[in-house]
Design a protein around this ligand. Sequence first.
Ligand SMILES: [Zn+2]
Length: 247
Amino acid sequence: MKIICEYCKNSIDTSKDNKCPNCLASYSDNKMFKEGLEELKKQKDQEYRARELDIEKQKIQNEQVKSILETTKKIFGFQKYIIFIPILFFLLIFFEIIFSIFNSHKDYPKRFTTTTMPNITTTTEKKVAVGLNEFGETSKYKVKIDKTLNIDKIYGVISPSEGKKYKAFHLIVENKTESTLILNAKINCIVDDFVQKESNYHSKYPPLPFKIDSLLKAEGYVIFEVPINAKKYDIKYGDYITIHIDD
Ligand SMILES: [Zn+2]
């Protein structure tokens, strides 16, 4: 520390001199020296407190890391058990089958069918194929084609593509249910295994409505562009009904 001698104003370096090198006076009561010592003490205290705070922070961080590690360990431990669940499940089935075979030949098929085969056939519809003027039926509706038409030009102006003709089918759909039936079944026309392109509806041949109320029926046309020499048509109404038409 550098101070000024209170007696001769000479500069004293306290790290080298133990009294004023000029007038040899002691500086133990020097105001600057005391203030300097006080300042040094304060700085040391602050450093000490800062170090303590650092240590405290480090401790908290360590705790956090430890807790994260522990949680991760727990999760991984749990996952380890999850992997064992399907293995256990398969082992159980395996032993069940082995046990059944060894135990009783009569018992085995019964146990096997009752435990592993759920009944899924109750709600599926049957596929139906019918001809002209015949109703195809699902649990919800009946549908038939009662006539077909050849159309030269849609709206009287739009001609079919090269080698094609327009074929219109008149459909009748009956709602068998006690609620409104939405007619969202896709209608496909298949000629020689190819799906044909549906054409815009003609004002003279209106399409089916979008819905039919409970137990009512509706009619409408569906028009396809088909090969000019086509004679056989399979109209697929929804997933279950196929109507075979011969010209
Ligand atoms: Zn002095």
